[in-house]
Write a protein that binds this ligand. Structure first.
Ligand code: OSB
Ligand code: MG
Length: 370
């Protein structure tokens, strides 16, 4: 598979509803998409970096810079046996995992198309039905949040996750639990608390949550281990797990009992599979996180979720929760029972993508004529 050219583009898409976390509110997504042109086959990848470096240190601008200046030149013109061969070629660049993931995943997509094998099979997946949950952002009022939860439960979602932060936590969980004592419920703090708040966090135990996601610092393992010892509720790490080595260290320390895997955060399919395997070997369940992806990233999340140890419902939900019109066809749909069918085949709608593109650059290998 020769990498003839790579196209970078930025698209802009308004969200159907704004999404608010402890680090801020998103109303429109700026998304960097990568197309790998390989011997007549195009593979697509999505960069999950946000517009601002608030979830982690990357942003659309840093990813564009690192891709165009370093990562694309590292793979351009190369003949790769497999997409995973791109990983060592990009390794000279430290961190910048979301930028690397966008390119590596585009190459996986190209490899799957070239071999005429579904991506989930190429990855070694076995699950055909992906259990789905939803992540619901901070709302103006608790009543508004309860209304949203009722809608998602009626749609069949199998796990509700709410965003929390100091001042939007215990009262919120209390109201949810008094209306729905039995639903599978979790919360995500995106690093909004510190270890001084252990006593406060211990009060979360009364709500029988499936997990508390990333309560402490985004780069921390050690203090999460200290906190986990003092809580009955399982901790789940998101931001802190960037590599399989992080996962190994976190589990050895006892920093969490569940891990959220995001393709962008860990740098692409190759490292995501390693994180999955580390957790599986230690009997720790994983689930697929979301980053408000367009259809391109969403389809990759579905493929990854077919791996055996993705046993908990993920944040991968229907396209229509995010977009009036998604850039894939059909949009991602969730059954009444709350599952996504992993075998559905999707097509990238290039005409729709062109309409929402605000910048585009194609970088070609020397002698390439496309
Ligand atoms: O922490 O999981 C998170 C969205 C943006 C940044 C971080 C997170 C999220 C979500 C949304 O929770 C998940 C989704 O619906 O895509
Ligand atoms: Mg999270």
């Amino acid at each position: 598979m020769k990498v003839d050219a790579i196209t970078l583009r930025e698209i802009r898409m308004p969200l159907v509803h704004y999404f608010e976390t402890s680090f801020g509110r998103t109303t429109e997504r700026r998304i960097l998409l990568v197309t790998a042109h390989c011997e007549g086959v195009d593979g697509w990848g999505e960069c999950t970096a946000g517009e601002h470096p608030f979830y982690n240190e990357e942003s659309v601008e840093t990813a564009w810079y690192v891709l165009s200046k370093y990562l694309v030149p590292a793979v351009l013109g190369r003949s790769l046996e497999n997409a995973r061969d791109a990983v060592p070629l990009m390794a000279q660049v430290r961190e910048h995992r979301m930028a690397k993931a966008a390119l590596e995943n585009a190459l996986w997509d190209a490899e799957a198309r070239q071999k005429s094998v579904p991506l989930w099979k190429l990855l070694g997946g076995t699950r055909r039905q992906i259990p789905c949950g939803v992540s619901i952002g901070i709302q103006e009022t608790i009543d508004k949040l309860l209304e949203k939860i009722a809608i998602e439960l009626a749609a069949g979602y199998r796990r509700i996750k709410v965003k929390v932060k100091p001042g939007w936590d215990l009262d919120v969980l209390e109201r949810i639990r008094s209306r729905w004592p039995e639903i599978t419920l979790s919360c995500d703090a995106n690093s909004a608390y510190t270890l001084d708040q252990v006593e406060h966090l211990r009060k979360f135990d009364q709500f029988k949550l499936l997990m508390i996601e990333q309560p402490l610092w985004s780069d921390d393992l050690y203090f999460h281990a200290r906190l986990q010892k003092q809580l009955a509720t399982a901790l789940c790490l998101d931001e802190s797990i960037r590599t399989a080595r992080d996962a190994d260290a976190a589990l050895e320390l006892g920093a969490c009992r569940i891990i959220n895997i995001k393709l962008g955060r860990v740098g692409g399919f190759t490292e995501a599979r390693r994180v999955h395997d580390v957790c599986q070997a230690r009997g720790i369940p994983v689930w697929c996180g979301g980053m408000l992806e367009s259809g391109v990233g969403r389809v990759h999340n579905i493929a990854m979720s077919t791996l055996a140890n993705f046993s908990l419902p993920g944040d991968v939900s229907a396209s229509k929760r995010y977009w009036k019109e998604d850039i894939i066809e059909p949009g991602v749909e969730v059954s009444r029972g709350g599952f996504i069918d992993a075998e559905t085949q999707y097509r990238v709608r290039e005409n729709v993508i062109e309409k929402v593109t605000v910048r585009k650059e194609t970088i070609k290998a020397i002698g390439c004529s496309i």
